[in-house]
Design a protein around this ligand. Structure first.
Ligand code: CMP
Length: 423
C-alpha cells in the first residue's frame, strides 16, 4: 500500500513537472513567434530542459503503450493511444538546435490539451478544493489567452519609435487587458482593417470571458452556500416535526442544541451513515484515518499494536451528547462501553446526588456492566457537549478476546472502580 502511495506521489511530481513544461511552452511559443528566438542564455537553457522533459515523457508513454508492464509507466498518462504519441512527437524535436523555422515551434502547442486533461484530473482527485482549483485554472487560462492575444496584437501593430521588446509587449498586453476587461480607455486604437477585425474579436471574446468568469465565481459561492442551505433545510424540517409532535419546549431546545453542535463540529455529517455507504476496505482505511487522532489520545490504546488499532477504529461508533444528557442511568442494562473524545461527564452514584468522579478527554466508562454482566453501577451525565465513541457488547467482547493486554488493562481499571464503589 505504501508502495502504491509512493508511486502516486512520484506520478504527481512528474505531472507537475510536465505541466510546468507545457506552461512554459504555452507562454514562450507566441513570444518567440513574434519576437524571435531567445537571446538570453536562460531562455535557451529552459527551452532545452523542456525539450528533454518532453522527450522523457514521450519515451515513458511509448514504453507504456508498447510494454506489457503497464504499471511501470506513470498513471499521469490518462489515455494511451498512438494518437496521443503523435501529438507529443513535435515537442521532442529540438527545433532550435537544428535551426528549423520558428513557425514549427507552434506544433508544440499541441501539448496543451494534455495540460487541460491533467488539470481536470487534479480537480477530480482533489474533490475538497475542486471549486477553488476551478477558479485558479480559469484565471490561469484567462491570463494565458491574454498573453496570446497581446502577442497577436504586437504582430499586427508596429512598435512605438523608442520601444524595446519588453515595452512593445507591455503596451500590447495593456491594450489586451483593457479591451478584454471591457474598460477600453481608447488610448490605443485600431488603425488598419486587420487591427479592427482583431479588436472586434477580442472585444467579443472579452464579453464572453467576463460572463463565464462571473458564472464561475457564482458557482463556487453557491457550492459553499449549499452546505449552509442543507443545514437550514434540515433544521426547518426538524422544527416542523417537533411542533407537529408537540414536543415540550425544553426538550426542543436540547434537540436544537444537539443539531447546532453536530453542525459546528461535524458540518452536519453523520460519520456512521457516510461510512456505511463505502466499500469495506475503504471504510476500514477511512475509519482508521478519522479516528487516529482520538485513538492516540486514549491512554488505554497507547502502545497498542497496529492490528488492534485497526480493529478498534472499525468497531468504534461515534456518538454525540449535549449538556445534561444522561448517557445511561444506574441500574440499567449495559449495552455499550464509551470513550470520551472531547467533553466532560460526571459519574453520579446510585442515589442520584453523589458525584463519584469526573471523566474527560481520553477516559472510558461503562465497562463494568459489560465485563461482569451486572446492571450499571452508576449514572453518567454529560456536563458539556461530548463527542464520544462507543463499542457495543459484541465488539467489546471480540476486542477483549483477541487482545489480552487490552482486556487486562480494562479489567484492572474496572476492579479499581468497583473497589471505590465498595461492590
Ligand atoms: P458501568 O457500571 O457499566 O456503568 C457506570 C460506569 O461508571 C461504570 O461502568 C464505570 O465505568 C464508571 N465508574 C463507576 N465508578 C467510577 C469511579 N469511581 N470513577 C470513574 N468511573 C467510575
Amino acid at each position: 500500500m505504501s508502495n502504491d502511495h509512493e508511486r502516486r506521489r512520484q506520478d504527481h511530481g512528474w505531472e507537475v513537472l510536465l505541466a510546468a513544461g507545457i506552461i512554459w511552452v504555452a507562454i514562450d511559443v507566441p513570444w518567440e513567434l513574434k519576437f524571435g528566438a531567445h537571446e538570453l542564455a536562460v531562455g535557451k537553457v529552459v527551452s532545452t530542459l523542456v525539450t528533454l522533459l518532453f522527450a522523457a515523457d514521450f519515451w515513458i508513454r511509448w514504453r507504456h503503450l508498447f510494454s506489457r508492464r503497464r504499471r511501470a509507466a506513470p498513471t499521469a498518462a490518462p489515455r494511451e493511444s498512438l494518437w496521443w504519441l503523435l501529438v507529443d512527437l513535435p515537442g521532442v524535436i529540438p527545433i532550435a538546435l537544428f535551426g528549423g523555422p520558428v513557425g514549427w515551434l507552434s506544433l508544440r502547442l499541441m501539448k496543451l490539451p494534455r495540460l487541460n486533461q491533467m488539470m481536470r484530473q487534479w480537480r477530480k482527485r482533489d474533490v475538497h478544493n475542486a471549486s477553488l482549483l476551478r477558479l485558479i485554472f480559469f484565471v490561469f487560462w484567462m491570463l494565458l489567452i491574454a498573453h496570446w492575444i497581446a502577442c497577436g496584437w504586437a504582430y499586427l501593430r508596429d512598435p512605438m519609435p523608442d520601444d524595446d521588446d519588453p515595452m512593445y509587449y507591455l503596451r500590447a498586453l495593456y491594450w489586451t487587458i483593457t479591451t478584454l476587461a471591457t474598460v477600453g480607455y481608447g488610448d490605443i486604437t485600431p488603425q488598419t482593417a486587420p487591427q479592427m477585425m482583431y479588436a472586434i474579436m477580442t472585444m467579443l471574446f472579452g464579453v464572453g470571458l467576463f460572463g463565464y468568469g462571473i458564472g464561475n465565481v457564482a458557482h463556487m459561492l453557491a457550492n459553499i452556500d449549499q452546505v449552509q442551505a442543507h443545514y437550514h433545510t434540515s433544521l426547518d424540517r426538524l422544527a416542523n416535526f417537533l411542533r407537529y409532535r408537540k414536543i415540550p419546549v425544553g426538550l426542543q431546545r436540547r434537540i436544537y442544541d444537539y443539531y447546532t453542535f453536530l453542525w459546528e463540529r461535524h458540518l452536519g455529517y453523520d460519520e456512521a451513515i457516510i461510512l456505511s455507504e463505502l466499500p469495506e476496505p475503504l471504510r476500514i482505511e477511512i475509519a482508521v484515518a478519522m479516528k487516529r487522532e482520538f485513538i492516540e489520545k486514549v491512554p488505554l490504546f497507547r502502545g497498542a499494536s497496529p492490528l488492534l488499532l485497526r480493529e478498534i477504529a472499525v468497531e468504534l461508533r461515534a456518538a454525540l451528547f449535549t449538556p445534561g444528557d444522561y448517557i445511561f442511568r444506574a441500574g440499567e442494562i449495559g449495552r455499550h462501553m464509551y470513550f470520551i473524545s472531547r467533553g466532560t461527564v460526571e459519574v453520579v452514584g446510585e442515589d442520584g446526588q453523589t458525584i463519584l468522579s469526573t471523566l474527560t478527554d481520553g477516559a472510558f466508562f461503562g465497562e463494568i456492566a459489560l465485563l461482569f454482566q451486572c446492571p450499571r453501577t452508576a449514572s453518567i451525565r454529560a456536563i458539556d457537549f461530548c463527542d464520544m465513541y462507543s463499542f457495543d457488547k459484541d465488539s467489546f467482547e471480540r476486542v477483549l478476546e483477541f487482545f489480552p493486554e487490552f482486556a487486562a488493562f480494562v479489567r484492572e481499571e474496572a476492579e479499581r472502580r468497583k473497589l471505590a464503589l465498595k461492590l
